[in-house]
Every structure is written in structure tokens, then in C-alpha cells.
Design a binder for this molecule. Structure first.
Ligand code: ATP
Length: 237
């Protein structure tokens, strides 16, 4: 399902944070959104997901306008946000967290087991730790759980906020590999990442956010090869 953002402005109180942001994530592709700390990536994801109300602009999902809808209404249209910091219920088990993900979806009976199985197939360690308290797992495993909790809802559009933050490199590779696979299976993915090299390496397209505006949009390969992007975001020259 296509995701488009047109002319979005947003602020916190009197501070304007997003200025005329436009971008598009074509159906079944992955777009990496890169940019420095504080550039506005999280705010854009929140505006799309209905967690922050933009002042102006349009967000469409599969051509239908969703800007201004509440988060649960946007979620019902097939969009899930995996927030930064994971926000799991640390005292609940892995499986209980996945069941929380299904809350309000109306999925029940044998379908619940099928949804959990599909998530466990993508992240086998979660099946192994299904009965374990989630707060006791490593950061990378918790990130897998946060993604799996979104996936049990079978979203058509998945937004992820910094999934690689504070995670061991090997698990980052595994997580990004799963995202790549999901996109190839038709899930539309917008991935906000400060780990620009890793994100652009697996994405189809990239957008660069600077000071609340999108300053570059191109294929991920072109951005990876770009000297300016390299110097500012990839830690190379
Ligand atoms: P990060 O990688 O640090 O999450 P980001 O690119 O996601 O950065 P945002 O979190 O969207 O950026 O923040 C954009 C700007 O808005 C920053 O200047 C930030 O300080 C400010 N900001 C974010 N949340 C709030 C808030 N709740 N109230 C006031 N200002 C905020």
C-alpha cells in the first residue's frame, strides 16, 4: 500500500519542527530516512501514525487521506509504528507481548497461533524465549520482539524508528535482513535510521532529512555513492 506525505508542517508548542515535508514510499518498497539527531525523523513518523497532529499537509495510505486521524484509526487502516526505545512490557513474557500486539484486532482462535508462528518463523530466538520475561532479553532481542509485535497485526505499512540503536552489529544485520525480506513480500516500509550506511544498503530509496525538511530524495544506491551524503552521514569522505 502506497504511503505519501505532502507539504507537512508540524510543531511542538511554538517551535516549528517540520517544514513542508513531502515524500513517498511506493507499495512494497523500503525507504530509508536518514538525518542527524533532532532533524525531525521521529516527528514525521509520529505525524504519519496519528500520534502527533500536523499543522498542515496531507498523508495518504493507499490513496486515502489519513492526516488528522487518531492513531488507532490509522492502525486500523493497516499501518504500524515500531517506536524508538521499543516500549515493550518488560515484566511480561515474549509471547504475552505478542498477544498485546493483537489486542483489538479481532484475531482469535487458531488464527492467533498462526500469527505467532509467522512471527516466530521470522525471529526464531523469540520462539525459544517465548515464556521468558521480555525485559531480561538483550537489546537486539527486544528490538526483534518490538518488530514482531507489530508484525502479528500483519501491517501493510510498517514505520520503524531507529531499530538499530544500541544493538550489537550482528543482530542489526539480522533485523535489517528481515525488513528487506518483508519488503520483498510486499510490505511498505519507512525506516528512520541514524545508521545510514546500513539502512541505505538494504533500502530501495532514501530521503535525507535536515532541520525539519527533506533535502534529498533518490535511490538508496545513488545516495550511498554520493559524496555529500558520504561526508555527512556515512562517516567516510
Ligand atoms: P532523534 O534521532 O534524536 O530522535 P529526530 O530526527 O527523530 O531525532 P525529532 O525527535 O523528530 O528528531 O525532533 C525534532 C525536533 O523537535 C528536535 O529539535 C527536538 O528537540 C524537538 N522535539 C522533539 N520532541 C519534542 C517535544 N515533545 N516537545 C518539544 N520539542 C520536541
Amino acid at each position: 500500500m502506497n504511503l505519501t506525505v505532502r507539504g507537512l508542517d508540524a510543531r511542538y508548542g511554538s517551535t516549528r519542527v517540520l517544514h513542508d515535508v513531502s515524500c513517498e514510499v511506493p507499495d512494497g518498497t523500503m525507504v530509508a530516512m536518514i538525518g542527524a539527531n533532532g532533524a525531525g525523523k521521529t516527528t514525521l513518523l509520529k505525524c504519519i501514525a496519528g500520534l502527533h497532529r500536523p499543522d498542515r499537509g496531507e498523508v495518504t495510505l493507499g490513496g486515502t487521506p489519513v492526516a488528522g486521524l487518531a492513531a488507532h484509526q490509522v492502525a486500523r487502516r493497516g499501518l504500524c509504528l515500531v517506536p524508538a526505545g521499543r516500549q515493550l512490557f518488560g515484566e511480561l513474557t515474549v509471547e504475552e507481548n505478542l498477544l498485546v500486539g493483537l489486542h483489538g484486532t479481532g484475531v482469535h482462535g487458531a488464527a492467533v497461533a498462526r500469527r505467532l508462528d509467522a512471527a516466530y518463523a521470522l525471529f526464531p530466538i523469540l520462539r525459544e524465549f517465548a515464556g521468558r520475561q521480555s525485559g531480561l532479553m538483550s537489546g537486539g532481542q527486544q528490538q526483534m520482539l518490538a518488530i514482531a509485535r507489530a508484525l502479528v497485526r500483519e501491517p501493510e505499512v510498517l514505520l520503524l524508528d531507529e531499530p538499530s540503536l544500541g544493538i550489537a552489529p550482528l543482530l542489526v544485520t539480522e533485523i535489517l535482513g528481515v525488513l528487506r525480506r518483508l519488503a520483498s513480500e510486499g510490505v511498505t516500509i519507512l525506516l528512520a535510521e541514524q545508521n545510514a550506511a546500513a539502512a541505505l544498503a538494504i533500502a530501495d530509496y532514501g530521503v535525507v532529512m535536515e532541520n525539519g525538511t527533506i533535502t534529498r530524495t533518490d535511490t538508496a544506491a545513488a545516495l550511498l555513492a554520493d559524496e555529500d551524503v558520504s561526508r555527512h552521514y556515512l562517516g567516510t569522505s
